[in-house]
Design a protein around this ligand. Structure first.
Ligand code: ADP
Ligand code: MG
Length: 355
């Protein structure tokens, strides 16, 4: 009884103490605030992504968490412990770098065992644990090879095994799939997600690829200029962007500025509308709309681009507003030729108000 109460208390405490907590963290390089007064909590066991364009401060945040950089101001705690001034190897985190940084002269096994050697683990245990880590990334059979004898995807897996062999509570991954071609990247995405789920480790994943962030993460922080401009689940980020920046950086959006909204929607404000929320039909000359809550406007097809999985259709509405419409599957726009008269319609509730 006593034991189970203690266990419950411990696990509920673990559930509320974030794996990583940053408060008022700023990092400046000369005049540049690479990270600007950042507050961030990352939960234990979470797959957390930092998404943003190049130069938005993502790598700097990772380096601050890892301890390779010290904040100019602010505090960082790991599992409730202030780690300001704690050396990187004394933090319960490990990093997978974009370029993998494997030692070329060492075998795969020795590369993976390296972190254990540094920690003074004996030879036979090193070997067992390194082989086990290689097993989790399906590479135990290549333990004796050297990095140059591996494909890009295999090198990437070795880098993962090397980071995981010391069983850190937190794994930091800086664009780890950036060097891989599309097919391999998609395969590795699935493997990473499964690995994270199986091991229950907190993953902090940096990417500039919005699709990657949306498909892998429990939560996504969208970065711009050293700040988080929106934080939420992939659904929240995609369905309810709060700013023009997020609406256009994450996926494609039609954005209606205030002047357009007044004419087109009959109300003022800035709104985003996803291309896949718009329906096109051939304009037969009848009334444009009959259903309440639906907006329908006349226009012409400017361009229809075949995407394989559907069409991306560019429409110019009669008021001059340009619209991008995504038609999935073999839609009607198969015969939607340039210049064809169409009626574009969408549900009013699919309009997302932006600040
Ligand atoms: P990201 O990973 O999102 O591309 P970074 O964190 O690498 O962004 O960089 C954020 C900003 O900080 C950039 O303007 C970059 O030039 C600057 N920066 C990063 N590291 C250094 C450094 N060591 N010295 C000077 N400026 C740096
Ligand atoms: Mg970077």
């Amino acid at each position: 009884m006593t034991t189970s109460t203690a266990a419950t208390t411990r696990s509920s405490k673990a559930a509320v103490t974030p794996a990583i907590s940053m408060r008022g963290v700023t990092k400046t390089f000369g005049d540049v605030a690479a990270v600007d007064n950042l507050d961030l909590d990352i939960a234990d066991g979470e797959f957390f992504s930092m998404l943003g364009p190049s130069g938005s401060g993502k790598t700097t945040v990772l380096r601050l968490i890892a301890g390779f950089e010290q904040p100019t101001s602010g505090t960082i705690t790991l599992a409730g412990t202030d780690v300001t001034g704690v050396a990187p190897f004394d933090r319960d985190v490990n990093t997978v770098f974009q370029d993998y940084a494997l030692f070329p002269h060492m075998t795969v096994l020795d590369n993976v065992a390296y972190g254990l050697r540094v920690r003074g683990v004996g030879k036979s245990r090193r070997r067992t644990e390194a082989l086990e880590a290689l097993g989790t990334v399906q590479l135990a059979h290549l333990a004796d090879r050297r990095p140059h004898q591996l494909s890009g995807g295999q090198r990437q897996r070795v880098a993962l095994a090397r980071a995981m062999v010391v069983t850190p509570r937190v794994l930091l991954l800086d664009e780890p799939l950036g060097a891989l071609d599309l097919k391999l990247r998609e395969q590795m995405q699935v493997e990473l997600k499964q690995l994270q789920r199986d091991l229950g480790i907190t993953f902090v994943f940096v990417t500039h690829d919005q699709e990657e962030a949306l498909t892998l993460s429990d939560r996504v922080a969208v970065f711009n200029n050293g700040s988080v401009v929106q934080l939420g689940t992939p659904q929240q980020i995609y369905e309810k962007p709060t700013s023009r920046y997020v609406a256009s950086f994450v996926g494609t959006s039609n954005i209606f500025d205030d002047a357009t909204s007044v004419g087109l929607l009959g109300r003022s404000g800035t709104f985003a509308l996803r291309p896949e929320r718009i329906t096109l039909r051939t304009d037969g000359g009848g009334p444009t709309t009959s259903t309440a809550g639906t907006i329908a406007r006349r226009g012409v097809i400017v361009e229809s681009i075949y995407l394989g999985s559907g069409h991306r259709v560019h429409v110019r509405l009669d008021d001059g507003t340009g619209l991008i419409v995504l038609e999935q599957g073999a839609g009607e726009s198969d015969d939607g030729e340039r210049g064809a008269a169409v009626i574009a319609s969408w549900n009013e509730r699919d309009l997302v108000a932006l600040s």
